[in-house]
Write a protein that binds this ligand. Sequence first.
Ligand SMILES: [Ca+2]
Length: 703
Amino acid sequence: MHLPEVPIMSPLRLGGLLFVVASLCPLFSDAAEKLNVLLIVSDDLNVRLGCYGDEHARTPNIDRLAARGVRFDRAYCQNPLCNPSRASFLTGLRTDTLRIYENDTHFREIVPDVVTLPQTFQRNGYTTVRVGKLFHYNVPASIGTDGFDDLPSWHRTVNPRGRDKDDEDRIFTVTPEAKGAARFGGSLSWLAADGTDAEQTDGMIADAAATLLHELKDGPFFLGVGFFRPHTPYVAPKPWFALHPLNHLPTPRAPEGWLATVPAAARDHRKPQEDHLTDDIRQHAIQAYYASVSFMDAQLGRVLDALDREGLTSKTIVVFISDHGYQLGEHELWQKRSLYEWSLRVPLIVSVPGNAANGSVAKSPVELVDLHATLAELCGLPAPQTEGTSLAKLVRHPEQSLGLPAFSQIARTDNAIPRERKMDQVVYHGHTIRTDRYRYIEWDGGEKGAELYDELADPEELKNLVNDPAHAATVAMLKQQLAKQFPHRRPHQLPHPRGFVKLFDGQSVENWIRRGGTAAYRVENGLLIGRTAEGSKNTFLCPPRDYGDFELEFDVLCDPELNSGVQIRSHEYAEDTPQPSMPKRIRSAGEVYGYQCEIADRSKGTAGNFWDEARWTKWWAEPSVAGKDAYRDGEWNRYRIVAQGDRIRSWVNGVPVADFRDSLDASGFLGFQVHGIKAGTGPYEVRWRDIRIRELKPGEVVR
Ligand SMILES: [Ca+2]
């Protein structure tokens, strides 16, 4: 056994300490033969399953797998959204490490060299194959494509596309007017389909998996099988709907008055139409969900049958999970993204051939991020450093406890922020800790409220105890554990993945130095605002130190009447000095000079170009053709400036503008300009936000 001792009640989940030293002896087999891995992932599936005690579910195949494996009763995803969750459990890294908070960023953009779970097997002689959705896919839009796959993880991939795609115009949706993802994928939608199971994408996935098991039977293999159901649209052949008569299903509702007991943040991700669902729509949605689950279960059964048929059952570890849970009206919430049990709790079944504990239930809280370390240990493979804990001990001894809580998080994002700035879309985060007894939740580091539930007394999480004096000590303890696990709970506190630091924290510019003039600067609503002063020369607000080679980014919104700019590598005249380009003009002591990246309305065609302020008073570069039009008047504009050696470049709203070389100044201060104005005009304002900088390493290549 090579797991280090974990102190009981140690709250911190630090995989870094649990680096698995290679023990090349599989835990359950003396034979040299390596165990295969069959990882089956269902999409948007909660624990409304027979083996998890749901009396309405018809899931005989998942139940049969549970009977021949260890079922984890308290397994939690780290993020209740497809892409962040899948990126996490398929790497073994947590959301804040991956910085994947939404569905549009690929984890390789942030951690290009990470070794994924399938890659760990690949590196140890396994053939790795995927069929269907393992890494993120937009459903149903990307069905039949590679979606957001990670191709280096697989030797082969198969992307079936069934008649569910062809039948899309027949799907019922509560948002019929919506286009794209909002029509089916993100909205309650369903179809009791004609035709057979085998014609559906998930049916084809089961068939493909059966074929692959035959081809791969000589092993060792790691086969990932990703079903799309029950993700919306809930499409399943008609008999699966008939199996779940409407009047036999639960229709969860939050009790009267409950809404007032929780922070608004707990529910502010919900879709507007979900507040106005009729009882009839609710019933049909829940029926369609159960039908989709039973249909998916049957396809899973066909894969298990194929495993038996090929004689692989005794040589293959089978793991079944979902990427996150799902709400069906509990807390008046649907789908995912909440931090309640229904959204975070997932099925997790680990079936290891010959394990004496098969058929048992593990109660210890565990996390999907544990999967990478677990499968590596079960197969005796060296694993890279992950942030999970191997569950191999619990697989053998399910009655034991890891002594660790489970942590999850979700980001509330602003989709109005453009794609090129996805990483800035997070408005605030929610974080939660689940011990074997309690769930504690904080929104925006507690600024937007908190929740505490006693899961033993109140498993439906309807009694928020966070302000109950009798629970003050519990709250204090869990708060501390949460803060330790997530030291950067507010978006501006989180270190930027590419090493950017916030120059301006949205709170204060206390140590910054005003130079050159008398314009006024203030901080308001997280913005740095400069305001003109009549009679003033150009004024610059300067961070307190010099910068040499760097990458600088900021947003700026400038009144159209005002000219502005940002100085880089700049200096001030120590004494009254003749201006080099025009010696008759005397620049007074304290005036700022040097390269200035221009902020000016579009008609000038100069925004993003560099002006040599108060020195050579010339433009340093000819802006690119596209760059002349990149600035948007009266809107926020995103600037990027890279100064490296003698080369200086700029981008406005992602468009390259200036690129020139000069060696006059290798280093100097930055300055955020409020231009002087003509007498009798103004006042005008310029606003900056999200100012961040990254100093470059020598020789670093910056594209
Ligand atoms: Ca999902």
